[in-house]
Design a protein around this ligand. Structure first.
Ligand SMILES: Cc1ncc(COP(=O)(O)O)c(C=O)c1O
Length: 488
């Protein structure tokens, strides 16, 4: 690159945009001082800066041990380094105030990788993914990558998913599929999976009640589907009055122990991560799974060939856990999160309220912190942001080119093409938008229009504001925050 910020490419010099970590661009960058970015579910720079101390101490501790053995630089155990799982089980047991067995844990590269591993390893290729109708938006993108699976939404209330509805919908799907003996041949133990965030749900902050949790586990055992609990926010619990909710994994274990002829746990997996409690950049997480599923995962070719994943980082984290560094760090994070989520709505109601309203984005229901943990803020928004748009995002984009019929897909309705009238107002009239085709200099922007139907957050009416940025406009480039596709 030359000193004037240009790079020689095949077509001549190219102007380079400086890469700004975390998101490449101006509007949504969480490192900008003048932007309070509410889109990114990630620890802020103030918290991440504290990680440098944690890692400095943990790394020197680990390296001192490795000078003798050098185990850490070798291929690792399929389920993750033994000492990491041992330390992690102790840490989780003390934080959850519950039993956690080392042998139930599998090292992953974070909850996203855990989810992919589960879908790959346990669910039929033509299986069904049940998902709460409000959910973590990028999980939908993960599901879409399993194009031959069907996605079905389940109603969600202020107490979490509605177990009766879940049971009804799953039973209907199961009977519609009929007897599928071919499942046995593919060695995948489940015909369906239910993805849920029962504790400090993203985006609503809701914690499922004990009754809801028990209902979900009973339904899973009765209808033989797998429950994947996204438990990434469980340890960010900050209410002293309300105890931290139990994870579903533990609920299933209790049900099996107490119910007569309860059987063995086999239907719930807890998917945890260090992304929220330490740093997303470390890419370390864990699955807590019943013994038969752990056994199946440890035969995974991918895990076995790679000697597990991320063994080096897991080794350093084992030292951080052993030295108590993570415990102290998490205490600090919880206090900071509590302070932030409780004071931000107040500050937005104060000096900045006018700016938010002027930007036309004052949330109809205001900003409500999640009362007991998770670091989430619920934003009441205009109907055009949620509702129809959210439902559209849950719908698969197009039928698979090959494979099984997908009866859940609605036939595409033909849209009547609107004829665009020539612009009648001068460009300077600020209160009227010109027809988009005229704005774009007569060029058709079909891909973008089609994309907007599926990703409503990229609609032009939703302009980035300092407080809530749904789309990023950097120079001439518009990127969809959902799938990161770029439109020049
Ligand atoms: C509910 C939920 N699950 C998973 C993730 C991603 O976790 P990881 O970084 O461990 O892949 C996020 C990140 O925002 C999240 O909110």
């Amino acid at each position: 690159m030359s000193s004037d910020g240009k790079e020689e490419g095949p077509g001549g010099p190219r102007q380079l945009r400086p890469l700004q970590h975390l998101f490449d661009g101006d509007a949504t960058n969480v490192y900008l001082d003048n932007v309070c970015n509410l889109c990114a579910g990630t620890p802020g720079p103030d918290i991440l800066r504290l990680c440098t101390d944690v890692f400095e101490k943990a790394t020197s501790h680990k390296m001192a041990l490795e000078r003798e053995n050098a185990y850490l630089f070798q291929y690792g155990a399929t389920a993750g380094p033994w000492e990491f799982r041992d330390e992690l089980s102790r840490f989780l047991a003390s934080r959850y105030k519950d039993t956690v067995h080392r042998d139930d844990l599998i090292l992953t590269c974070g909850a996203t990788h855990g989810l992919q591993l589960i879908l790959n390893s346990f669910v039929e290729p033509d299986g069904v993914i049940f998902v709460e109708e409000l959910t973590y938006m990028i999980a939908i993108s993960v599901f879409r990558e399993f194009a031959s699976m069907k996605i079905v939404t389940v109603p969600f209330s202020d107490e979490g998913v509605v177990p009766e509805e879940l049971e009804r919908i799953v039973a209907a799907e199961k009977s519609a599929r009929g007897d599928r003996t071919a499942w046995d041949r593919t060695c995948k133990p489940f015909w369906a999976v239910f993805y849920t965030i029962p504790v400090h749900h993203n985006p609503t902050g809701v914690c499922a009640s004990e009754a809801v949790c028990a209902g979900v586990v009973r339904a899973a055992r009765a209808l033989d589907f797998l429950v994947v609990c996204d438990d990434v926010y469980n340890l960010l619990h900050y209410s002293e009055e309300v105890p931290a909710p139990r994870r579903l994994f533990s609920v299933e274990r209790s049900l099996c122990q107490t119910a007569p002829g309860g059987g063995v746990p086999r239907n719930v997996i807890s998917n945890g991560s260090f992304s929220k409690i330490l740093a997303p950049g470390v890419r370390v997480g864990w699955l807590e799974a019943p013994a038969p599923l752990v056994r199946q995962l440890t035969t995974s070719g991918i895990l076995r060939s790679g000697g597990g994943v991320n063994a080096y980082m897991a080794g350093v984290l084992a030292s951080a856990l052993q030295l108590g560094l993570l415990d102290r760090h998490l205490d600090t994070v919880v206090v900071k999160m509590k302070t932030l989520t409780c004071t931000l709505p107040l500050s937005l109601a104060g000096p900045h309220a006018g700016a938010v309203r002027r930007a036309g984005r004052a949330p109809a229901g205001g900003l409500q912190p999640s009362p007991s943990g998770g670091g989430l803020l619920r934003v009441g928004a205009a109907a055009r942001v949620g509702g129809r748009g959210a439902a559209a995002r849950l719908r698969p984009r197009r039928p698979p080119r090959v494979g099984l019929p997908r009866p859940h897909l609605r036939p595409r309705r033909r849209r009547r093409r609107r004829r665009l009238a020539p612009p009648t107002l001068p460009l300077s009239a600020p209160h009227r938008r010109l027809p988009r085709r005229a704005e774009a200099g007569g060029r058709r922007r079909r891909p973008l229009r089609r994309h907007r139907r599926v990703h409503p957050e990229t609609r032009p009416s939703l302009k980035p504001t300092p407080f809530l940025s749904f789309c990023e406009k950097a120079g001439h480039e518009l990127r969809c925050p959902g799938c990161w596709r770029s439109f020049k």
